[in-house]
Design a protein around this ligand. Structure first.
Ligand SMILES: Nc1nc2c(ncn2[C@@H]2O[C@H](COP(=O)(O)OP(=O)(O)OP(=O)(O)O)[C@@H](O)[C@H]2O)c(=O)[nH]1
Ligand SMILES: [Mg+2]
Length: 306
């Protein structure tokens, strides 16, 4: 008789600098676009739960905001999220992005990450060197050697989240640290966050992709109304009313564009992805509001869920 492995379950937090590929990794593991991904740093602002299932384990992945030097109250709230999420986890996936030129990774950044955020938690850590598609085999081996020498993690793996390379090794590496014997969530469940949260995130992703400079960073998205009409009457589309909050009038004008063209384009791109995500058609209405300095105002930040 083949030996059957006991079932295991637990929480694994993905921690790393902004733009490392944390959200890309979670999406790849779940085979679902759950967390938004853009080429700009500081895309993820809140904890995103993604539940990975297979026959032998359930791993609840926690995607977190990237670790950076806080410049304002919003950043401090984001970092607090990451800190609190590390506390919840049974194991840490420390993600370091590699570069193809010079040193294989930013050593001072990685040392700060390990010394200030990972080591003090005392939790098991699997280091993943992401974007390894940029390295030759020799460079990969050198980078892994450095990681093992510097921090002696439980495991170190070079992966490409974008191309799904070696991500199965990460699942295997996490299994010994998943302490529970029964799954927490039903098999069809992908996340604990509600649909409306992801709808807001999709709008935010499109803003990050469509606008440049400070616009994405000065923007917050709030779902004012999510009227699910479809379930009661399948001939009706769900209605989503969404506010885009910016800090200044000039930003509002840029968001809206000439004769509303930019906002229209944004709405079209967001609606397409929202419909794909929900699997049903929707009406999406976007409004732009100015809330001066919302990123520095405790009350406003709190009302936006930070
Ligand atoms: N070449 C390469 N690019 C990658 C890889 N993984 C992610 N990227 C790219 O890196 C960028 C950032 O990816 P994200 O997943 O948003 O990074 P993140 O760590 O979640 O970033 P924040 O949410 O800002 O903290 C995107 O343009 C990805 O396509 C990889 O394995 N190889
Ligand atoms: Mg992210």
């Amino acid at each position: 008789m083949p030996e059957t492995k006991p079932f295991c379950c637990g929480y694994a937090v993905i921690v790393g600098p902004p733009n490392a590929g944390k959200s890309t990794l979670m999406n790849h593991l779940l085979d679902h676009k759950l967390s938004i991904v853009t080429p700009k740093p500081q895309t993820t602002r809140k904890k995103i739960t993604g539940i990975y299932h297979n026959d032998t384990c359930q791993i609840v992945f926690l995607d977190t905001p990237g670790i950076m030097k806080p410049m304002q109250m919003l950043h401090e709230a984001m970092l607090k999220t990451t800190r609190d999420t590390i506390r919840e986890a049974d194991a840490i996936v420390m993600m370091i992005p590699v570069s193809g030129k010079g040193e294989p990774f930013d050593r001072s950044l990685a040392e700060m990450l390990f010394g200030e955020w990972i080591a003090p938690s005392g939790k098991p850590v699997v280091v993943v060197l992401n974007k390894a598609d940029r390295l030759s085999t020799r460079q990969r081996e050198h980078a892994l050697y450095l990681v093992r020498k510097l921090w002696s993690p439980q495991k170190a793996i070079a992966i490409s989240a974008l191309h799904g390379e070696n991500t199965d090794l990460l699942i295997e590496a996490l299994l010994p640290f998943m302490p529970y014997e029964h799954p927490f969530y039903p098999e069809e469940m992908l996340s604990t966050s509600p649909e409306r949260f992801f709808v807001g995130e999709i709008v935010r992703e499109k803003i990050f992709l469509q606008y440049g400079k400070e616009i994405p960073y000065a923007t917050e998205v709030v779902i004012d109304e999510f009227r699910e009409q479809h379930e009661k009457d399948p001939s009706k589309k769900d209605l989503i009313r969404c506010s885009i909050v910016v800090e200044r009038d000039t930003q509002k004008h840029i968001l809206i564009g000439k004769k509303g063209a930019a906002l229209k384009k944004l709405g079209q791109a967001a609606r397409k992805d929202i419909e794909e995500f929900l699997g049903r058609p929707v009406f999406l209405e976007l409004f732009v509001k100015v809330r001066p300095n919302w990123r520095r105002k405790k009350g406003l930040l709190k009302s936006y869920g930070y």
